[in-house]
Write a protein that binds this ligand. Structure first.
Ligand code: PLP
Length: 298
């Protein structure tokens, strides 16, 4: 349990918050909670999502964890490191059968070096990842493994993500912004004590996320914005690449192209459109997704 505590206490209490000086005529102020600085492997929101999952798994003495992800999944990368450190076995079901015949990308290579077993499956099989019968089959095949959903998106993850916001944040900020994938993170923020507005910038097309969150909560201080997914999940563009360089130069703020760059692009666009009231204090959650330790772009 000591190693677990060491992992779980990394920097969480003292996350630096950076202000991006906008000199906006309406005195809109923009702050960034730098979860990306927590740890090179357990970066961003992923540590919060794993926290109570790992606690549960250690307490119940599972042999290992089985989870799901795409070839560039930050969740898989974080999970591999956590399991390695806690001496748990790990299995990842990875989307894309064709990857079996290709060289592993740096992120999957790293996961494998951390002892994770990678199972590449077809998109059809991957689409069964929430199917009860399929999960039951996996559980029978791996009886002493804890099956963790894609993106660790379960009740424990939501519980962990509530801790991204502190009681002080409630006093300091009017609005919180985060990037949204599986929506575990924003569900945590919504169920925290924060009572300002919560804006989720979706990295995916479609409003199914809004429907899903409506089923999760009765609160209505939140909104999913999917105008900035820029063509869909993991799609990039020259404009986005340029924006990432600009944010680095102007604010020394590194952004990933799948989640945080699209969120910040959206926030700046909404500021320009006059979406936010005068004197708004906006807190954005930098959820990580950077892989400096890989020395290559993953
Ligand atoms: C995983 C991830 C997200 C999405 O979090 P969800 O809880 O799945 O919505 C956002 N940003 C980054 C950098 C991520 O790695």
């Amino acid at each position: 349990m000591n190693i677990l505590n060491n992992i779980l206490n990394i920097n969480i209490q003292h996350l630096p918050t950076q202000e991006l000086l906008l000199n906006h005529p309406l005195n809109i102020r923009l702050f960034v909670k730098r979860l990306d600085l927590i740890h090179p492997y357990l970066s961003g929101n992923k540590l919060f999502k794993l926290k109570y999952n790992l606690q549960h798994i250690m307490q119940h003495k599972y042999r290992g964890i089985l989870s799901f992800g795409g070839a560039y999944s930050n969740h898989i990368s974080a999970l591999a490191y956590a399991c390695h450190t806690l001496k748990l076995d790990s299995i990842a079901i990875i989307r894309g059968e064709e990857l079996k015949y290709q060289a592993l990308n740096p992120l999957l290579q790293q996961a494998q070096q951390h002892g994770m077993h990678l199972h590449f499956v077809s998109r059809d099989e991957y689409s069964l990842r929430h199917d009860d019968e399929y999960l039951q089959q996996l559980q029978t095949q791996y009886p002493d493994y804890f099956i963790l959903p894609e993106g660790a998106n379960n009740q424990y993850a939501i519980q962990g993500c509530q801790e991204i916001l502190t009681p002080e944040d409630n006093h300091h900020y009017d609005i919180v912004c985060c990037a949204v994938g599986t929506a575990g993170t924003i569900k945590g923020l919504i169920s925290s004590d924060f009572n300002g507005d919560i804006l989720g910038f979706s990295a995916l097309k479609g409003d199914f996320l809004t429907q899903e969150i409506k089923l999760f909560t009765n609160k209505n201080n939140w909104r999913i914005i999917d105008d900035y997914c820029m063509g869909g999940y993991a799609k990039s563009s020259k404009i986005l690449e340029q924006f990432i360089m600009q944010m680095q130069q102007e604010y020394q703020l590194p952004l990933d192209r799948i989640y945080t760059a699209k969120m910040f692009y959206g926030i700046f666009d909404l500021i320009q459109q006059g979406y936010f009231k005068a004197n708004s204090r906006i807190l954005t959650i930098h959820s990580g997704g950077l892989h400096h330790h890989l020395n290559q772009q993953a």
